[in-house]
Design a protein around this ligand. Structure first.
Ligand SMILES: C[S@@+](CC[C@H](N)C(=O)[O-])C[C@H]1O[C@@H](n2cnc3c(N)ncnc32)[C@H](O)[C@@H]1O
Length: 388
């Protein structure tokens, strides 16, 4: 008889396989998702768990089907708009044309098409190479057709300019599609030839799912293969000590990264970009809001200049003034971790996790577009890394 629920041992074995296959961090928050995906795969295949595991080891197409299910395709047009702003204002004007941009971990294509739209609007001779390990994500990118709920990041002007309604869906216009090509690529493997002439890499909200070793390996390979490139990461992803291969470059309201030999700037590591808006601190007094912005910035600067003790002082004050702000506790935890004060870091990660769980809607805004789920996973992983 076929068992209905995969045992913990089966889930652990599949998690190990996925870590070696696509770098997926084997964390407890993932278990429920894995359990569901394994169940769904077995329902399709009609195999029992042991036979499924054996088949998985032997069949690349079964592994591909599983990772199509397991990977998270959460994305959107012009997601984290500040990255597109700095690209348009600070980065693209400095680059020779024709140019290419690598959308690494492109999901269903909205990121790649947003980049293509921007190139079109700026009259830039450029193309976008969209890569992903999920073949179903690449099929969706190639289809370039989106439901109304999937185009919410686009202004009415952009919808009118770049999309055409077809039935219930919206299709990306051929002029934008022509700028985007797709490549099936696993980021834990070597940098593919097709993207080696890219001058910008967008790799956002992908490394957050990787184990540290795989995230670091990817960043090192990009620094070697594309030493001139600008790298845009998700805010939470700077946590993986990007510092020793990349410089952090502050542009406008956010940050970009460059392999160190290029920019000659200062070295930073371990810090999250702090974007502190008045609404992040709820009904706080205006003086508090100003103080918080200064403290957050000062802490980040201290961390960047290699003084985590000073960063702890600033972030502690921030967390005191904005006691219900998960981001404040997260920064404090990172600074404590940099000081090797593991028990205190553990407590601060715990506080950030509890706050995030307590009021996800509020923090969806506060973490600047990151879903509570994405940040929650990160916190969970951090807590597992730090023994009590
Ligand atoms: C949350 S989406 C991010 C999409 C987009 N970059 C954004 O920020 O909106 C993560 C994507 O990374 C892809 N991914 C996960 N592991 C990967 C790997 N090892 N190689 C390539 N892509 C991977 C997933 O399939 C998924 O499409």
């Amino acid at each position: 008889m076929i068992a209905l629920e995969p045992s913990e041992a089966i889930i652990r074995r599949v998690a190990e396989l996925l870590e070696s296959e696509i770098g997926l961090r084997p964390e407890s928050a993932l278990r429920a998702r894995l359990r569901r995906c394994i169940r769904d795969e077995l329902a399709v295949l009609g195999l029992d768990f042991e036979r499924y595991l054996r088949a998985l080891g032997a069949s690349a197409s079964l592994r591909q089907a599983l990772l199509n299910r397991v990977t998270v395709q959460e994305t959107g047009f012009f997601r984290h708009p500040e990255h597109f702003e700095i690209l348009a204002q600070h980065i693209l004007p400095t680059l020779p044309q024709p140019l290419s941009i690598w959308s690494a971990g492109c999901a269903n294509g909205q990121e790649a098409f947003s980049l293509a739209m921007l190139l079109d609007e700026l009259g830039i001779d450029g193309r976008v190479i969209a890569t992903d390990v999920s073949t179903s994500a690449l099929l969706r990118t190639n289809a370039a057709s989106y439901a109304a709920r999937e185009i919410t990041g686009l202004s009415p002007e952009r919808i009118a300019r770049h999309l055409t309604p077809v039935g219930q869906a919206w299709e990306v216009n051929p002029s934008i599609r022509a700028r985007v090509s797709t490549v099936h690529h696993n980021l834990i493997e070597s940098v593919p030839h097709r993207v080696r002439s890219s001058s910008v890499v967008f790799c956002r909200n992908v490394l957050i799912y990787f184990s540290d070793q795989h995230a670091r390996g990817f960043l090192d390979r990009v620094a070697d293969a594309l030493p001139q490139a600008w790298m845009l990461l998700g805010a939470a992803e700077t946590i993986w000590s990007i510092g020793d291969r990349y410089d952090t470059v502050r542009l406008g309201d956010t940050y970009a990264y460059r392999p160190r030999s290029v920019s000659g700037g200062r070295v930073t590591g371990g810090a999250l970009p702090a974007r502190v808006a008045a609404s992040q601190v709820g009904a706080g007094h205006a003086d508090d809001v100003a103080a918080i912005a200064i403290l957050a910035e000062a802490g980040r600067e201290s961390l960047a200049s290699g003084d985590p003790a000073a960063a702890v002082v600033s972030f502690r004050k921030w967390a005191y003034l904005a006691a219900d702000d998960a981001l404040a506790h997260l920064h404090l935890a990172l600074a404590l971790e940099a000081m090797n004060d593991r028990p205190s870091a553990q407590r601060a990660f715990g506080a950030a996790g509890r706050l995030l769980g307590a009021d996800p809607a509020r923090h969806d805004y506060a973490i600047d577009g990151y879903s509570p789920n994405e940040l929650y996973k990160l916190l969970d992983a951090k807590q597992q890394e730090l023994p009590q």
